[in-house]
Structures are given as C-alpha cells and as structure tokens.
Design a protein around this ligand. Structure first.
Ligand SMILES: C[S@@+](CC[C@H](N)C(=O)[O-])C[C@H]1O[C@@H](n2cnc3c(N)ncnc32)[C@H](O)[C@@H]1O
Length: 242
C-alpha cells in the first residue's frame, strides 16, 4: 500500500502488479541497450505488421522485438508466465487468477508466419535464444548470428522491424550512418514490397537508409527521444545496393 500526500491531498494506492508490468518474466538475458518489453510491443503494433507475413529483426540484441511479435502473433497474454501481487490478496475470490490464466491459455493460437531474429554478436544471439525459450516462443522465433549485410529474407512480402544502434547507448563514436545505409540498401535490393520500420533517434540516421519512411510513433527510452520510422520498400524495381 502506497500513501502519497501532496498539498493536503492524500492518495492511497494498492499495488496489484508487484513486479513492474513491463517485466513479462522472460527477459532475464540482455544484450546491449535492450528495449523494455512493452515498448517493443508498441513498436511491433505501430509498425503495421499484420502477423500473417514473415517478421524479421536483423539487429535483434536480446530479441525483444521478435519475441513480442511472436507473443502478439500467438495471442499470448503478456503476463501469462509471471505472477502478480494481487494473487495473494485475501479479498479476491479463490480461483480468480486460475480462471483468468486458463482463459488466456485457451486464447493462444498457432500463427501462420515465421519470425527471424539475428545479430552480428554471439552474446546477443545467445541472449535472444534463451529469452525466446523462456517466453515459450522458441519454436516460432528462429535466431541466428548474421551481419545485417548478409540478410537473406524468406519469400515475402513481410516486415523488417528493427532497432539498430543509434549512438547513445551502443557503440558511441562509431559512424553509424554506414550501418543505416546498409540496412536501406539490403531492403531495396532484397525486400521489394516489404514493410520496413526502424526505431532510431531523430536526426540524419533514419534518412540515411534512403527508404520512403515516415514517423509513426515518437516516445522516449532510457531518457532518449526515439522515433519509429515506417514505410514500404518500393516493389517491382530492384536497385543496386549502396
Ligand atoms: C539497440 S541494440 C538492439 C536492442 C534490442 N532491440 C533489444 O531489445 O535487445 C542494436 C543491436 O544491433 C546489433 N548490430 C549492430 N550492427 C550490426 C550489424 N552490422 N549486423 C547485425 N547486427 C548489428 C548490435 O549488436 C545490437 O545488439
């Protein structure tokens, strides 16, 4: 129970969650600069991916975007594998949480499309695979070590949704423009007609992809303002890679 007294106004609140709600219970392994799970879910939803086509994150880090995509595609309630403080409230009728969990479990469905997560770092790949296992989606998310330049996507169309480094928390001092150019070049050469969504900081990195993307979501993560740029790769015309 939390009591807050502000200017003679007392607010009492009771913590029903316990652990913060963005903690789904599966993200124990982290790579550099992980996104919070609820932000990753918001990014997947805002990207416009319809869960019926392949989903690819070629800079997956600890796999948060791909795993949240898998949970959404599978209709798995985000809190299905965690506990809540309210489960111990004596005022709740017995069985309340069991019934809710059974309903959530019954809603789980078999998704139609595969999900791919890759990163060029071994540690990130290991973290993503372990997280996918804990989240119960290891059978749906294929994790591999791969540089984004070597991306060989499945037959499309599908969605490439990613959160490349943006120089604040990963690789400070490196020229990231080249990485964003590579992502754009790979998309134009190998992903015609695909949806592309890139979460990055406002500034020159997004435009460096050369893709026809526009802001669809702006928020903050770790105190940094970030924007999700999304759009569709022009279909039918294969450009040379940069
Ligand atoms: C901001 S982190 C992604 C964090 C991730 N969204 C999460 O929640 O854990 C960016 C990732 O891009 C990866 N990366 C950077 N350059 C890459 C490249 N050329 N090919 C593949 N992955 C790359 C980094 O290793 C890092 O894991």
């Amino acid at each position: 129970v939390v009591a807050r007294l502000v200017h003679d106004r007392l607010t009492l609140s009771v913590d029903a969650a316990g652990e913060h709600l963005h903690r789904r219970g599966w993200r124990l392994a982290t790579a550099k600069a992980p996104l919070r799970e609820h932000l990753a879910a918001a990014v997947v939803l805002a990207s416009g991916w319809d869960a019926a086509t392949p989903f690819v994150d070629p800079c997956c880090g600890s796999g948060t975007l791909a795993i949240e995509a898998a949970l959404l595609a599978r209709s798995m309630a985000p809190g299905l594998t965690r506990s809540f403080a309210a489960e111990r409230w004596p005022s709740l009728p017995p069985g309340t949480f069991e019934v809710a969990r059974a309903r959530a479990a019954a809603a789980v469905r078999t998704p139609a499309a595969p999900i791919f997560a890759s990163d060029h770092l071994d540690g990130a790949v290991r973290a993503a695979a372990a997280n996918a296992e804990r989240a119960g989606v290891a059978d749906l998310v294929e994790v591999r070590r791969q540089d984004v330049a070597d991306l060989r996507p499945p037959a499309g169309p599908g969605a490439l949704v990613t959160n490349p480094p943006y120089g604040m928390r990963v690789g400070p001092g490196r020229d990231l423009t080249e990485l964003y150019r590579t992502i754009g070049g790979v998309a134009r050469a190998r992903l015609p007609g695909w949806l592309v969504a890139v979460l990055t900081v406002p500034g020159p990195l997004g435009p460096a992809t050369g893709l026809p993307v526009a802001p669809v979501l702006t928020t903050t993560t770790g105190g940094t303002r970030v924007t999700l740029l999304a759009g569709r790769v022009p279909a039918g015309r294969v450009h040379s890679e940069q």
